[in-house]
Design a binder for this molecule. Structure first.
Ligand code: ATP
Ligand code: MG
Length: 546
């Protein structure tokens, strides 16, 4: 028996030990009405994690029982995103393929005297439902005969009744303390075309009826869902029991959904942002969708690591976004190649250096196998303006008048002169290369504490860099409405000069721009016109030796 890491695995272990379950079978059941988001990643990690831990199975099942909002674009994106996250489903299924099974289940319930056709309107049903402290009022149609119910239900299916005029209700208990058990609606009339079944049906099952049947029909043993379905569990159990599915019956287990600070995971809201053109699309790098996170450069391994580290619990809570970023940094620190980029260029002329050379620079000191690239170096370079101080504060280790600094992977330079314009602004530095100070073979004897990045003026490439922030501003003065919290400054485009080697980068390649942060090459790049998205900043951006 494998050790349980959290309560769902404890339940599974108990089921395996008691012999109730022989093989563990889970499913991931997205509704194809939007793109997957980071909350879904958590559910994916749980369901597919259990599959691999228990050598079981996990199906991908599109919950497409609601005909109005679904789209094949979503189906394709969901498949793509799950693969990207690194998971492989066993069967690919559509809940709508089971409409016949569901219909037969409904007929079975009617025959058992456990379902009836009701003529009540949605409003009447709501009014008679009662409250938490008062029982509901029975439907006037509750005691229809089995024959009459069958006839009416077939007529519903055959299109005799308009939308909203009749429903099929389960006959359970109008006095149940659980409102979901007070004769819930299980089928409704809806004359709508379904993307899979076309116009075959004009009645559609309700989620609470359809989902347990889908699970039981597939042989799912553990149906894992989020906490808001806890109150629906008695109905889930009632449906699989009364429809007489074989053992082991699936059991629903709830866990707390993932919430992240300043992050909205409602597909409805995300769709609104897309439809209103507030973002570049579902895969905008600011979006919490998996496609967005991918375009943002978040490695799938880091996302899985994040889901693992936050764990699975039964209590709702909110995770800090910075926690995800820490997982991402951890991953990229190991996996991303280092390159040099200068955001606020200050020209440096190396007055004693003529000609040019190709330096060999390590790609990533943390890689298991070290690789190197060639970086051109010549008389004119750019450094970042913030790495030079005309009037330096104490303990300033970067470049200053008459000071030394090491150029990463190259030489130590000495600042001989800062050339200023009429306003006193530094426009150019004149420096000299310290003889015999080349990285890796330094015998100059000059000790420097600061190492800074630079790019070669002749060969560097001007690129666009997107600085990304949360789509939502912090809650200020109690304003919690998402629409009023849209962060208009969440995407800022700046330019930078980067080293030549980046011309060879491929889309989705991730880099550490040394001493600045992590960046990914965006799909909007064309030829020499490179566009990078900021993934995360470095943990300690003030560490001058990074
Ligand atoms: P939304 O409210 O964003 O539309 P949903 O729950 O309706 O999400 P589904 O497509 O029905 O989305 O979800 C598929 C699976 O993912 C369900 O099992 C659901 O419980 C799970 N899931 C959705 N959001 C989260 C979340 N924030 N954290 C964990 N699991 C989630
Ligand atoms: Mg849903």
């Amino acid at each position: 028996m494998v050790e349980a890491k959290y309560f769902i695995e404890e339940i599974i272990n108990a089921d395996l030990e008691s012999g109730k379950v022989k093989k563990v079978f889970t499913r991931f059941p997205p509704e194809p009405n939007g793109y997957l988001h980071i909350g879904h990643a958590k559910s994916l990690c749980i369901n597919f994690g259990i599959k691999s831990k228990y050598k079981g199975k996990c199906n991908l099942r599109f919950d497409d029982t609601n005909p109005s909002k679904e789209d094949t674009e979503y189906v394709e994106s969901i498949k793509r995103d799950i693969k990207w996250l690194g998971f492989k489903w066993d069967k690919l299924l559509f809940a709508s393929d089971y409409f016949d099974v569901m219909f037969e289940c409904a007929v079975k319930l009617i025959k058992k005297g456990l379902a009836y056709v009701s003529d009540e309107t949605a409003e009447e049903i709501r009014q008679r439902r009662g409250t938490l402290t008062e029982p509901g009022i029975e439907s006037p149609n509750r005691n229809r005969s089995v024959e009459e119910n069958l006839k009416l239900f077939y007529e519903m299916r055959d299109g005799v009744y308009p939308d909203g005029s009749k429903v099929l209700r389960a006959k359970i208990d109008m006095a149940s303390p659980n409102l979901n058990m007070r004769d819930p609606v299980i089928y409704r009339v809806l004359h709508a075309t379904h993307h899979n079944t076309g116009d075959k049906w004009c009645i559609y099952p309700m989620y609470d009826f359809a989902h347990p049947i889908e699970d039981a029909h597939e042989g799912i043993t553990h149906s894992i869902c989020t906490l808001e379905f806890e109150d629906h569990r008695p109905l889930y159990d009632w449906v699989v029991r009364e429809c007489e599915f074989p053992n082991p019956l699936p059991q629903q287990i709830e866990f707390a959904r993932l919430n992240i600070t300043n992050t909205i995971m409602s597909k409805r809201y995300l769709k609104k942002l897309v439809d209103e053109g507030k973002v570049l699309g579902w895969d905008d790098p600011r979006m919490p969708t998996l496609s967005g996170l991918r375009r943002r450069g978040i490695p799938p391994e880091a996302l899985r690591d994040f889901c693992e580290r936050i764990g699975v619990s039964k209590a709702n809570s909110e995770v800090e976004e910075s926690y995800l970023h820490a997982c991402v940094r951890d991953n990229l620190n190991r996996s991303a190649n280092r390159v040099m980029a200068v955001f606020d260029p200050l020209k440096v002329v190396l007055t004693n250096y003529d000609g040019s050379e190709e330096l060999t620079v390590e790609d990533n000191p943390n890689a298991e196998e070290l690789t190197y690239r060639s970086v051109p170096f010549s008389r004119e370079i750019y450094i970042d303006r913030s790495d030079f101080a005309l009037v330096p504060p104490p303990k300033y280790y970067r470049l200053k008048p008459d000071g030394y600094v090491r150029l990463k992977g190259a030489y130590i330079i000495h600042c001989d002169e800062a050339v200023c314009d009429d306003c006193g602004e530094v426009v150019e530095l004149h420096c000299s290369v310290v003889p015999n100070s080349k990285s890796g073979e330094d015998s100059s004897g000059v000790k420097v504490k600061g190492v800074i990045q630079w790019v070669d003026a002749k060969t560097c490439v001007d690129v666009t860099v997107r600085k990304l922030q949360s789509l939502l501003t912090d809650v200020v003065d109690g304003v919690t409405d998402f629409n009023e919290r849209f962060n208009e400054n969440s995407l800022l485009e700046v330019t930078a000069k980067v080293e030549r080697s980046l011309l060879k980068a491929k889309k989705e390649d991730r880099f550490q721009f040394m001493r600045v942060g992590y960046y990914v090459l965006d799909k909007d790049s064309k030829g020499r016109k490179l566009v990078f998205n900021e993934i995360v900043g470095l943990k300690d951006s003030f560490n001058t030796t990074k």
